[in-house]
Design a protein around this ligand. Structure first.
Ligand SMILES: [Fe+2]
Ligand SMILES: [Fe+2]
Length: 200
């Protein structure tokens, strides 16, 4: 049995000061969902909880302050991110997790960076955080949630593909809002799924 390395209670108490009630509730949902997925896929449960807890730690920082913090700390901001500043909470979140919550675990930090857009070739850990964010119990807006929730516990790659597909389909109404990383992630997982199908 591995010893617990993180003080989850301390992290959640601190988060309470920086997140509004709704965001905190979502965050706890992501933590529990990430832990459940970690149990299914043999990933360290405690690290998944930490990433779930901290994935949105920068979400409630006002936009102007987000941009300012990025500038002050040499976090590169693209034109696209400037136009869609909600995206910044991901990379800024990783920075906050490292510098304000003392998280040095690279995979936890990377899972925070990629939880909004996804990317190609994610680790199971990163997929778990991305998926947990999408399916946690307080979510209700996404289409086909029941189906996608079930899939999450059966096949991570197929679940990634279905979420990315729905995300692009939904964003497609505003093509200017589509992030390139999401498109690349979709193409990547489409390929993974096709190859898996062909070897069956
Ligand atoms: Fe987020
Ligand atoms: Fe989230």
């Amino acid at each position: 049995m591995e010893e617990n390395k993180f003080d989850l209670l301390k992290i959640s108490k601190k988060l309470k000061k920086y997140l509004d009630e709704e965001r905190l509730w979502h965050t706890l949902g992501v933590m529990h969902t990430a832990a459940s997925l970690a149990m299914v896929y043999d990933v360290n449960v405690e690290r998944a909880q930490v990433a779930g807890l901290l994935h949105d730690c920068a979400k409630c920082i006002p936009t102007k302050k987000k941009i300012k913090l990025c500038a002050e700390n040499d976090i590169p901001v693209t034109k696209f991110e400037k136009d869609h500043p909600f995206l910044l909470h991901a990379k800024l979140g990783a920075w906050v997790a490292r510098n304000k919550y003392n998280i040095k675990d690279t995979e936890i930090l990377e899972s925070i960076v990629w939880h909004t857009t996804g990317k190609e070739d994610m680790t199971d850990f990163e997929k778990i955080i991305y998926i947990a964010d999408y399916i946690e119990p307080a979510r209700y807006k996404a289409p086909r949630l029941a189906e996608i929730r079930k899939l999450a516990f059966e096949d991570l790659d197929l679940c990634m593909y279905e979420i990315l597909k729905d995300t692009l389909f939904y964003l497609d109404e505003n093509p200017d809002d589509i992030d390139q990383a999401t498109i690349r992630a979709y193409d990547y997982y489409k390929d993974v799924i096709t190859k898996k199908e062909n070897t069956k």
